[in-house]
Ligand binder design. Structure first.
Ligand SMILES: C[S@@+](CC[C@H](N)C(=O)[O-])C[C@H]1O[C@@H](n2cnc3c(N)ncnc32)[C@H](O)[C@@H]1O
Length: 384
């Protein structure tokens, strides 16, 4: 039994320790540059929660320092003794450096900085990076990293997923531009959703079928992780449901979805749930249920409940986000609240045994036999 909690700890340690591929960073940055070639010009870019000796963020931004027109690049790493995953050997880069310190290597974070052509070879690149140990362990919440945040214009990283809410709040408290990787479910967090709704931050999905492939400093033991064990490329972990969260503009998000009318959907939809059947109205929202983003009827002007993956196609000039089907009814959109008796009856009806079915946590549809059924997580939208 001991080992459930040990396994849990090992899993959670590893879940925060995986590294982004160079090509994924490049693809995302290119999307910003296509929209505005000067996105990074004369900017200070901070890469916190990084580990330049393992990860590619520093490598990418250092190698592209001149092309992006950066003013200053700062990258910070987190001390191994503070990490949940502690297996670590200092690299030759560190041990052969004149600044290497045996007493600090495991307990201090590091800062890497690039501003000038230190080796005077005529270009500013990764070989010009200067580094030293931080005073503390490099925790993004520490005063010294907060100070670096305040000095920067744009923050880019793949932060620890377990601290995602805190990390986004940390960026937004300082009103910075950012691009960070997170799990799509984070859009439903009560700290994140209002920002998505108000079009202050948005998501981008350049990942194939929404899954990212990451490298790791440990041997990949698929039995320990939430990573999908049936699909990993050699040496890479597949993490499903990842997205970039950002407030930097890119072009695709201004391209409206091409959709069919309600009539055509009912007649020709490729989804059997819609074809010849039509749309169901929720029992607890004044909205229709849309199980697939491509089934949104282009001529419907009322409220619609769409899957959260709709955000991959969301164009703010085409739709506005009105709210989300959730327990707290943050936006006052519910037309009815179910009693605990109704929740118990719905459970009995669905599963044939006593229990409670939290009907208030989502959109609810009434089936033909009159029973109540919850639908998956939905965002409520309306045509602009
Ligand atoms: C998902 S990994 C990504 C690493 C790197 N940014 C990349 O994508 O290649 C998150 C990193 O944040 C580090 N980390 C965890 N907690 C941290 C904290 N409080 N402050 C700074 N870094 C932290 C982890 O040790 C890990 O190296």
């Amino acid at each position: 039994m001991a080992n459930n909690s040990n396994l849990g700890a090992a899993k959670s340690a590893k879940n925060d320790e995986f590294y982004t591929q160079y090509a994924d960073i490049q693809k995302e940055v290119n999307a910003y540059l296509e929209y505005n070639p000067d996105t990074f010009r004369d900017k200070t870019v901070l890469l916190p929660c990084d580990d330049p000796e393992w990860s590619n963020f520093t490598r990418f931004f250092a190698q592209n320092f001149e092309r992006l027109g950066l003013k200053r690049l700062i990258s910070t790493s987190y001390a191994v003794e503070s990490k949940k995953y502690k297996d670590y050997q200092p690299t030759l880069f560190e041990t052969e450096s004149p600044w290497f310190d045996m007493d600090k290597t495991r307990i201090k974070g590091k800062i890497f900085e690039l501003t000038r052509d230190t080796n005077q070879n005529g270009r500013i690149d990764i070989d010009d990076l200067e580094w030293h140990y931080l005073e503390g362990d490099g925790d993004f919440r520490s005063a010294e990293v907060c100070k670096l945040r305040d000095e920067s214009d744009i923050i880019v990283t793949n932060p620890p997923f377990s601290l995602f809410r805190e990390f986004i709040a940390w960026i937004l408290d300082a009103h910075k531009q950012f691009a960070v990787i997170g799990n799509i479910n984070a859009i439903t967090y009560k700290e994140i959703f209002p920002l998505i709704k108000d079009n202050k931050i948005w998501t981008h999905n350049p990942f194939i079928r929404g899954a990212g492939y990451f490298t790791a400093p440990y041997e990949i033991d698929t039995s320990l992780s939430y990573f999908n064990s049936h699909d990993y490329r050699e040496g890479l972990i597949r993490v499903p449901g990842v997205r970039w969260f950002t407030n930097i503009e890119f072009g695709v998000r201004h391209e409206p979805l091409r959709l069919m009318s309600m009539h055509d959907n009912i007649r020709y939809s490729r989804h059997k749930e819609i074809r010849n059947t039509g749309y169901t109205t929720y029992d607890n929202y004044n909205a229709i249920e849309i199980p697939f983003t491509d089934s949104i009827p282009e001529d419907y002007s009322g409220m619609m409940g769409v899957p959260i993956s709709f955000l991959d196609k969301y164009c703010p000039e085409q739709f506005r986000i009105v709210g989300m089907c959730e327990n707290l009814d943050l936006y006052g959109l519910k037309t009815r609240i179910y009693s605990s008796e109704e929740c118990r009856a719905a459970y009995r009806n669905k599963f044939g045994k006593p229990g409670t079915y939290d009907l208030n946590a989502s959109g609810v549809v009434k089936l033909e036999d009159g029973s109540l059924e919850k639908v998956y997580q939905r965002i409520l939208i309306q045509r602009v």
